[in-house]
Design a protein around this ligand. Sequence first.
Ligand code: 4AD
Ligand code: MG
Length: 435
Amino acid sequence: MSAPWVYIKDLKDHVGETVCVKGWMYNKRSSGKIHFLQLRDGSGTVQGVMVKAEVPEEQFAAAKALWLEASLEVTGTVRADDRAPSGVELTVTDLKVLQNPTEEYPIGKKDHGIDFLLDQRHLWLRSSRQNALMRIRNEIIWCWRKFFHDRGFMLMDSPILTGSNGEGNDGLFELDYFDQKAYLAQTGQLYAEASAMAFGKVYCFGPTFRAEKSKTRRHLTEFWMLEPEMAFYDGKMNMDLQEAHVKATVAHVLENCRKELEVLERDTKPLEAVLAGPFYHIDYRDAVVKLNGLGSDIKFGDDLGADDETILTQQYDRPIFVENYPRDAKAFYMKQNPADGGETVICADLLAPEGYGEIIGGSQREEDYDKLVARMNELKMNLADYDWYLDLRKFGSVPHSGYGIGLERTITWICGLPHIREVIPFPRTIYRIKP
Ligand code: 4AD
Ligand code: MG
């Protein structure tokens, strides 16, 4: 009878039993009489010890002939071993080789440049560092869905193929859609607004696309964004929700991903600090003054540049809301501030500390039909493309607010990485569409 298949992460519950591990060999050391096979199966890693005297001769020879990343079914007895990272070792009694490569694994021991590694992304994902990053991504997505589900939000997916774009005409991916033009969604927001009028509190979560020409450490051309939209929420309630959402995310990762943060050598103190008090709020006008004092030449009317966000967020130990940007720096749908005659809008970007910068863009939306149309005309937008969106202001319009949080920006910050490209399984950037 064959031994039961057990995932490596569960081996510790099977000490003394004979089990089968199915996976890949990521490393091997040998003496003349023993092979030490380093095995991984996606759930963890374990060392398999094969002693020449204890297995058939042809099996010992087969193990000797293995190349890195050979796929295997390894049967053995689980032994407790305090020195092993997984707490156990496998004494190998039987080895079945599913496929043995006939050439050297491209990602060996050597240090490789980032371009090479990105070319090998389909294989690079097998490394322990990438395993840790993808597990954290997986946990954050789970946490986000649960956060909104628990608060009574409906998941309402927005389309990816759209005829009306939400964030202006820059950075649009255009494609032929039969005899019309279509665009890949830059945002799901406009549809989330329609959904919020149907369900009250909703969110959409999916890939969004920006044909960003900029090659920066913060930009992907395809990234995932979660966008909540809430009827009857003002700007303040919107920010309170964002703070709860971001704190829940950090707390979840600290609670569930300690091992992964260790693999990444992430100092967790700055993350703990995020939970230690309320987020900061600064008015855009004050941010400009502060930035000028820090050496930036930003002036009223400009959006904060990446460098501005870096130097500003280095001043704080928790995330900062920058509020009330000038109207012309932001999208058409934002509600104008009655307090200054509409020179600014009721919006906030949430900037992550430690130099990371914007992870959320949010605002209260203009709910007044006439004001919205006037603004769209000012921007020379084609109203016919947005007739359905304008209907939301004709049939039971209500104050409403929402935001968009970038998944990859959030992971990059929480993991303390210098660049966004490693936190999505297959990154798309201006120079990269393969693999
Ligand atoms: O500030 P943005 O452009 O806002 C919107 O799209 C709104 N419609 C959201 C809303 O109110 N529903 O983008 C929101 C977030 C940014 O804060 C950032 O985290 C992320 O999306 N983001 C990107 N992430 C990676 N690469 C890019 N090129 C990104 N552009 C935006
Ligand atoms: Mg933004």
